[in-house]
Each structure stands twice: as C-alpha cells, then as structure tokens.
Design a protein around this ligand. Structure first.
Ligand SMILES: C[S@@+](CC[C@H](N)C(=O)[O-])C[C@H]1O[C@@H](n2cnc3c(N)ncnc32)[C@H](O)[C@@H]1O
Length: 211
C-alpha cells in the first residue's frame, strides 16, 4: 500500500478540509494564515446597500462576516463543499443567518444551479488553485453576474507559492496575467484591474474583473 506524503495530505486538506485535522488545524491556518489576503480582498469588494454578493469557498466564513457587517440591507451568499467549514462559518455568522442577511450552502460551486445575471459581486479567496476546469468555472461566474457585475479573486503570488511544498497535482498556480487571460476569455470585457499588496515578506494579488 502506498502512503500519502505530508505535502499531498496538506494540499488535499487545503482544497477540502475534512475530519479533525480539517476542523481544528486547517480552520486555524485559514483564520490566521489567510487573514491578510482576505482583508485585502474585502477592501476591494464594492459591497453597497441592497447588493447581492456570492462567495465561492468561504472556508471559516470570515469574509462573509465582514461583508455582512458592512451593509445594512442586502444578501451575502456563499458555498463551500467542506462540511467542517460550513459548520464553522455557520457558527461565526449565526446572527446574520438568523436575520436573513447571510445564506450559506454546502456543495460544489460547479454543480450548483444559480440564477443567471443575479449577483452584483462574486468573490473568492485562495480557491482558484483548485479549479479543475477553470474556463467552465470562470464562465459560470460571468453567467451569474449582472451586466457590469464584479468578480473579485484573491490569490497568493505564484513565486511565493512555488517555495512551499505543495502537491502540484492538487494546486494549480496562477500568475496575475494567467488570471487576466482566463477572465477575458470568460467574457469579462468591461475592465480587469490587477492589485498587488505586500504584507511583510508576503505578496498577495487581487484581480477585479467587470462583466
Ligand atoms: C484554501 S481554502 C480558502 C478558504 C477561505 N476562502 C480563505 O481564504 O481562508 C479553500 C476553500 O474552498 C473550498 N472549496 C474548494 N473548491 C470548492 C468548490 N468547487 N466548491 C465549493 N467549495 C470549494 C474548500 O472546502 C475550502 O474551504
């Protein structure tokens, strides 16, 4: 029997946290390790009153929580296919869920039936690496956005990620220009803005694409 390397195990847990490792360790990794990138992305999300926002792969639900606190009226929805993450995000956003401002779904974004031209903003942080069919996912995002809607995608710098021992069968790394090309091909024809921010020695990217 072949044993899984730690790199493969960790990469798979980052893609889809599960079990006690996912619930305890990966949630801490996401909450602490991803905090700066999520803050950066949150600042670039143009959430206004009465907006409909959708997050793909919300993890522990911190960005959802930030957005829910930012607007009085509107709806912040999201999907994650990890049961552990949905449970943590539900706990974190309990009041907003009860008030009808947040709706969290368990499932795979690629298999969800969502209304076309429905959302003002779709966002995602640290999930693009795991897209198995990037062109299809990017086109689906464009489909569910209203005309002129925004897609905001946050990801770590490619050179930085190359230094980590990640399994490249699980993690597909992107340069900002590769993301730009992907989104142009998916129909984001009204502008693509690339933002970079350095926090200490870490470099983060956020691409804001307008449909
Ligand atoms: C690396 S974590 C990032 C979590 C969070 N966005 C953050 O920045 O801390 C990736 C998350 O996306 C979820 N995910 C990955 N692919 C997904 C898909 N196709 N549909 C739904 N959730 C997905 C995983 O379960 C996981 O919670």
């Amino acid at each position: 029997m072949q044993t899984m390397s730690f790199s493969t195990f960790f990469s798979e847990q980052a893609r889809k946290p599960s079990g006690i490792f996912g619930r305890v360790l990966m949630s801490a990794v996401f909450d602490i390790g991803n905090a700066k990138l999520n803050k950066f992305v949150g600042e670039l999300i143009p959430a206004k009153e009465n907006d409909l926002v959708f997050e793909i792969g919300f993890g522990t639900g911190k960005l959802i929580n930030r957005l829910a606190r930012q607007i009085e009226h509107g709806l912040i929805e999201g999907v994650d296919f990890s049961e552990s993450m949905v449970a943590i995000a539900e706990k974190r956003n309990r009041i907003h869920i009860e008030n009808g401002k947040v709706r969290l779904l368990l499932g795979d974004f690629n298999h969800l039936q969502l209304e076309t031209e429905h959302y003002d903003t779709v966002c995602t942080v640290n999930t693009i690496y795991f897209w198995s069919a990037p062109n299809i996912t990017a086109r689906k995002i464009a489909d569910i956005l209203k005309p002129n809607g925004k897609f905001v995608v946050g990801f770590e710098d490619i050179e930085q990620l190359k230094q980590r021992k990640l399994d490249d069968d699980i993690f597909n790394l992107y340069s900002t220009s590769a993301v730009e090309t992907l989104l142009l091909n998916a129909g984001f024809s009204n502008g693509i803005d690339i933002h970079n921010r350095k926090f200490g020695s870490s470099m983060f990217n956020c691409v804001v694409a307008t449909k």
